[in-house]
Each structure stands twice: as structure tokens, then as C-alpha cells.
Design a binder for this molecule. Structure first.
Ligand SMILES: [Zn+2]
Length: 59
């Protein structure tokens, strides 16, 4: 089983959203694919920021 966990983090380092993708059914995941995983118009609940980066972690 191969899974990719993507955590979206705002510019103030608040973890806003975390999504896990099963790579066995999906194949390779590009940067564009990753951004599509994020909720549209996502905003940090703690600081209101809309500027995000993401971290990926393979399991
Ligand atoms: Zn924030």
C-alpha cells in the first residue's frame, strides 16, 4: 500500500487541511494534482490567510 499525505500550510505555518491520496489507484501525482486536492477558496481559520504551501509525506 502506497499513500501520499498532503498537508496544506498557510504562510503563518498553521496546518489547515490534510488530504491522503491512494497512489496505487492513481499513479503519479503532480503539483497541479495536489493543488486540486485543496478545498476551493480555502482560508486559514486561525489567521485568515489565503496563501498556502504544502508538505508531502509518503507512507
Ligand atoms: Zn494561518
Amino acid at each position: 500500500m502506497r499513500k501520499l499525505t498532503v498537508t496544506f500550510v498557510c504562510e503563518n505555518r498553521h496546518a489547515v487541511e490534510s488530504v491522503t491520496v491512494d497512489l496505487t489507484s492513481r499513479g503519479e501525482v503532480t503539483s497541479d494534482d495536489i493543488w486540486e486536492l485543496q478545498t476551493k477558496d480555502c482560508q486559514c481559520k486561525k489567521c485568515g490567510s489565503k496563501i498556502f504551501t504544502y508538505h508531502t509525506r509518503y507512507k
